[in-house]
Design a protein around this ligand. Sequence first.
Ligand SMILES: Cc1ncc(C[n+]2csc(CCOP(=O)(O)OP(=O)(O)O)c2C)c(N)n1
Length: 182
Amino acid sequence: MLYPELGDKLVVTIMGACAQELYDRGHKENFFYLQHAMGLASSIGLGLALHLPHEKIVVLDGDGSVLMNLGTLATLARYRPRNLVHVIFDNGSLLSTGGFDSHTTSGITDLAAIARGAGVEHVAAVDSVVAFGEAAIEAFARDDLSVIVAKVAAVGPNHYGMDLQLPENAFRFKRWIAGRKP
Ligand SMILES: Cc1ncc(C[n+]2csc(CCOP(=O)(O)OP(=O)(O)O)c2C)c(N)n1
């Protein structure tokens, strides 16, 4: 559902299932898959958003990754980039490394509540495809920081691997940005 909307935006994903699913849909030069640095996709997204105010930045994140860098939500709220959409796919699991339960399992930790408490004004918590689509459309149209926490099943791709290493992805992503007209 998201993929057709991402062609003109800077997209940063976490590693693992999220990156693989986007890559398998068809890589684009405006996609950056942040390998290894668990939790920091939204921090990279914040840097991009602040320095490229004319671009729309989309971060595709996971619950385990956000839990590893919870301070990111407070930092996002503090700097409030108007051009950043932070999507957290909350599958309650560290799916990419074997499917261990995360703290959001069984309703223990509520990431949307944490985002609101951190000071993010526009937070959507969704658990259906339709509600997700509506939240995404609103967030892309909104001229303000948006966080979407989407409850999803802990189901991922049946394979991992990309013909694109992190440094090459980073160089090409940077070139794509440089080639954009302000
Ligand atoms: C600091 C650090 N610890 C552990 C890992 C190993 N690791 C890679 S992906 C992942 C799970 C990510 O979970 P989540 O963000 O919920 O995404 P999901 O895999 O469920 O899509 C882990 C533990 C890592 N890359 N970095």
